[in-house]
Design a protein around this ligand. Structure first.
Ligand code: HEM
Ligand SMILES: [Ca+2]
Length: 699
């Protein structure tokens, strides 16, 4: 069977612009460690699949490959493929450092279940998957397969008829700024990344997924309905299945029962730990750190600065697929930036947020080193990393999540912090990554605004259509750096998701379109991904959340007050049980004071609670910080981080709250900041009154 050589890079042709599919492969391409994990699982799976097929041809009956192999042969195969080491539990150190700082890959956060929340483990299942063959084939794989007596509608049809909104049809959010949307994307890149298959050609036969409209693993193309305004040469949009994890799908080598449904991988640490800044694997962390400095710094760009502020280094793979300035001098290239997360370059505002936090780490590290000159570089790095992680948690849980969930769902599913719960698995769930947290795709405005010092449209750098901002780091370097983008994020509204304006055309018709090649469609990708992962339908999830099933049009209209939308949904799906969970939940009326409906409220609320209470290093957990440090951390804010690390001098106090310039903005000297002195280690007195610092001087 066909397996590309390791290091295969998606065949991006350097002499011309990358196509949308190539950019998507780059976007969905994880770090080498995750690639090894996916590849091992795919080799194992296909080997077992081939054995099964051979037996079928000989005996004309289906027998699971795992039934035929002795347990020893199975383990030998698991070892050869590279799968076996992936399922072995790691050993957790008992040193005092192990109780003081997180591991970079999240292992051993939970001492009894050391892989809980770690990178490159399976996304958790809150409800068993529903695959067409019971363990692996996506929903919609077999065109004849019936759900409640009906075939599923094509995902692209759902997009065209229900989700698509023209670029002009944008209702603005009156309460929240565009930075809410960017924080949503940035923070999800801290805890969820599902890599796609390591191969871009069918395992059997080797046909390139871009040139087939047939379902041939890992190709699972999105079919274009006949009435579609979009015409493609082969009638579909390329789609690759997410990679399976070792030991799932056809390959249960732990119990050898052969009946272990396919599970997908989360390449990131589930914990909110600023893995966007530091990476989710030891090998990636090494690439980001500046080991020659005594101050525990992160590497910065050696070629360019942004008004005196540092920029991220470039990726070491030269001739990366990022877009180049159209009129750049011959031979001049701006590569993609290197950050803690591989998707950082996807859009200008995302890479700006990554840059901001790299600057904040270096700023804090210098300050900590200044007050504790006896700390070595490792201690400074870890202490700054710990603060940056805590700030990510505070901004997310205090400032962001309550605005999304509204008070009712926040109190019901999250409430006040009740301490570390070692029985709670913090792993990100499949339904959260594949459906619930993708609510944000309906809040993305088709334009990115860039503003000058007076918060007016920038005279030199006008607003960009979203598709002009994908994978374009050159614009940061050549078009005014971070400041105009952050001003736009602070002073312009988020798109309000409404029942008649769901996902903007920039995302349904122009995703990653830099060339004339067929653009992708984010709404259809979301739906197809849900089917790829075998996510149960809308009503099953409602039941899971204790909400009533909505079986009729009348029932549906109780959750979705826009009757046109109910009509459209019924027309496309025919039966509510068949509704894809992302679409159904997106359509629901918002909860009071929220930006999502009851089903997303439950799924996001449950996940956030698990990310908080299931994290041994949560910033509020006793013993992690001193009470003086906790007090200081709470003074900090995203607005403060912007003040400290950009040329922006006036900000709103709450960055997410939409305000008018100048009346709702304050000068940076009026924005609270944390006092580093709470981290001063007084060597003479010892650290009697400071358990954290006592550990720091001992470790
Ligand atoms: C311009 C902005 C954005 C673009 C272009 C974008 C694009 C994408 C793409 C292409 C995928 C992969 C789709 C697939 O094949 O399954 C994805 C996944 C995802 N997006 Fe976005 N996105 C954006 C903003 C956001 C925002 C604002 C949120 C949430 C608030 C969000 C949440 C997610 C989640 C949860 C996933 C799944 C992550 C995973 O497990 O791999 N995205 N996005
Ligand atoms: Ca993380």
């Amino acid at each position: 069977f066909f397996m590309p050589p390791f290091g295969y890079n998606g065949n991006i042709k350097r002499d011309k612009l990358a196509s949308p599919t190539e950019l998507m492969s780059f976007f969905k391409r994880p770090e080498p460690e995750s690639r090894k994990v996916s590849r091992a699982a795919e080799i194992m799976e296909m080997t077992l699949h081939l054995i099964k097929n051979k037996v079928y041809q000989k005996y004309k009956r289906s027998i699971n490959a795992t039934d035929l192999l002795s347990f020893d042969s199975l383990i030998a195969l698991a070892n050869t493929s590279g799968c076996f080491p992936r399922v072995q539990p790691p050993t957790c150190s008992n040193s005092c450092l192990a109780h003081k700082y997180r591991t970079i890959d999240g292992t051993c956060n939970n001492r009894n279940n050391p892989r809980w929340g770690a990178s490159n483990t399976a996304l958790a299942r809150w409800l068993p998957p529903q695959y067409e063959d019971g363990f692996s084939q996506p929903k919609g794989w077999n065109s004849e397969f019936l759900y409640n007596g009906l075939t599923l509608p094509l995902v692209r049809e759902v997009t065209n008829r229900i989700l698509h909104a023209s670029n002009e049809a944008v209702r603005e959010d009156t309460l929240y700024s565009h930075i809410m949307v960017e924080w949503g994307q940035y923070i999800v890149h801290d805890f969820a990344f599902t890599p796609q298959s390591s191969s871009q050609a069918a395992f059997l036969g080797g046909i390139d997924c871009q040139s087939t409209c047939n379902n041939l693993s890992p190709c699972f193309p999105i079919k274009i309905p006949r009435s579609d305004p979009r015409v493609t040469s082969n009638g579909c949009i390329t789609f690759y299945r997410s990679a399976p994890i070792c030991g799932s799908g056809e390959q249960d080598f732990e119990t050898a029962s052969g009946l272990n449904p396919r599970q997908q991988i989360n390449a990131l640490t589930s914990f909110i730990d600023a893995s966007t800044v530091y990476g989710s694997t030891p090998a990636h962390e090494v690439r980001l750190r500046n080991y020659t400095s005594q101050e525990g710094l992160l590497l910065t760009n050696t070629r360019y600065l942004d008004g005196g502020y540092a920029l991220l280094p470039f990726v070491d793979q030269v001739q990366s697929p990022c877009v180049q300035e159209p009129n750049a001098p011959k031979g001049e290239r701006v590569e993609c930036f290197l950050a803690g997360e591989s998707r950082a370059n996807e859009i200008l505002t995302l890479v700006s947020m990554h840059t901001l936090w790299m600057r904040e780490h270096n700023r804090l590290a210098k300050a900590l080193h200044g007050i504790n000159p006896h700390w070595n570089s490792e201690t400074v790095y870890q202490e700054a990393r710990k603060i940056v992680g805590a700030l990510h948690q505070i901004i997310t849980m205090r400032d962001y999540v309550p605005k999304i969930l509204g008070p009712r769902a926040f109190n019901q599913f999250i409430g006040a912090y009740s301490g570390y719960d070692k029985t709670l698995n913090p792993a990100v769930s499949n339904v959260f990554a594949t459906a619930a947290f993708r609510f944000g795709h309906a809040t993305i405005s088709p334009k990115l605004q860039r503003l000058d010092k007076n918060y007016q449209e920038h005279p030199n750098y006008p607003s960009l259509n979203l598709h002009e901002a994908f994978f374009s780091p050159w614009r940061i370097i050549k078009e005014g750096g971070l400041d105009p983008l952050f001003r736009g994020l602070l002073a312009r509204p988020a798109k309000l998701q409404t029942q008649d304006q769901m996902v903007t055309e920039e995302l349904t018709e122009k995703l990653f379109a830099l060339t004339n090649a067929v653009a992708l469609d984010l709404a259809s990708l979301n739906l197809q991904r849900g089917r790829d992962h075998g996510l149960p339908g809308y009503n099953d999830w409602r039941e899971f959340c204790g909400l009533e099933r909505l079986e009729t049009k009348m029932n549906l209209s109780e959750a979705i007050s826009d009757l046109d939308l109910v009509e459209k949904i019924m027309d496309v799906y025919k039966y509510p049980d068949n509704i894809d969970v992302w679409l159904g939940s997106l359509a629901e009326d918002f909860l009071p004071g929220a930006r999502i409906g009851p089903l997303f409220g439950c799924l996001i609320g449950k996940q956030m609670k698990a990310l908080r209470e299931g994290d041994r290093f949560w910033w509020e957990s006793p013993g992690i910080f001193t009470s003086a440090q906790r007090h200081e951390l709470l003074k900090h804010s995203l607005s403060r981080v912007i003040c400290d690390n950009t040329g922006i001098t006036e900000v709103p106090l709450d960055a997410f709250q939409l305000g008018q310039f100048p009346q709702d903005f304050v000068p940076c000297n009026q924005v609270n900041k944390l006092n580093h002195q709470a981290w001063r280690e007084n060597l003479k007195q010892g650290a009697k009154d400071s358990p954290t610092l006592l550990l720091s001087s001992q470790c």
